[in-house]
Design a protein around this ligand. Structure first.
Ligand code: GRF
Length: 185
């Protein structure tokens, strides 16, 4: 029985896809959501899914304190895997070291192309004929960790449709990958 915690800063559609998937499993559980943003829509999703949630703000940009609080929540649940899903903070090398091999991220581009923010629009505007997603381990860099899986889909007629399809692909892929990572632990 594995335990997963999700970190999200915003909308939380990936968090919801993961939560719904894991709520239908009897092997592993999603223990909690942690967010750094009181205004994150992910919080409303956690409430309606009855998943415990924690708001850990980075007061005055104090990353060390915020990470200590997050680490203690993560330890309380004997967490096997930490899934970043739109978590808009850079984790410190110390935090990554503490949980090395347990922190996973999903990114909406075919890394190493288009790391950072606004990736779908940048790839689309660059005229790419294939766009996609990457699930990867988190290391000290920004979107640089070892790749676990990539999936690509063809360019859509508009950026709006492309964005929807990329998110759909994320929602189909991320929960399954987290499941198989927990299975193999
Ligand atoms: C997703 O596109 C994810 O790949 C990226 O941030 C976005 C989060 O979306 N890291 P949501 O909050 O899960 O809806």
């Amino acid at each position: 029985m594995g335990s997963l915690i999700v970190l999200a800063s915003g909308n939380g559609s990936n968090f919801q896809a993961i939560a719904e998937y894991f709520n239908n499993l009897n092997t592993h559980t999603i223990s909690a959501l942690i967010t750094d943003q009181l205004s994150a829509y992910a919080l409303a999703r956690a409430k309606s899914l009855a998943i415990p949630y924690y708001v850990v703000p980075y007061f005055k940009k104090d990353r060390t304190t915020a990470e200590k609080i997050m680490a203690s929540i993560i330890s309380t649940y004997n967490t096997d895997l930490i899934a970043l899903a739109g978590f808009m903070r850079i984790l410190s090398p110390a935090f990554i070291h503490q949980f090395r091999g347990k922190i996973i991220n999903i990114h909406p581009s075919l890394l190493p192309s288009y790391p950072g923010t606004n990736s779908i629009a940048r790839a689309y505007e660059a005229g790419e004929s294939q766009l996609g997603i990457t699930v990867h381990y988190v290391d000290e860099g920004v979107d640089t960790g070892t790749i676990i899986i990539q999936k690509s889909i063809p360019r859509a007629p508009t950026l709006e449709i492309m964005t929807e399809r990329i998110h759909q692909l994320e929602h189909e892929t991320y929960p399954r990958i987290l499941h198989s990572l927990l299975d193999s632990q």
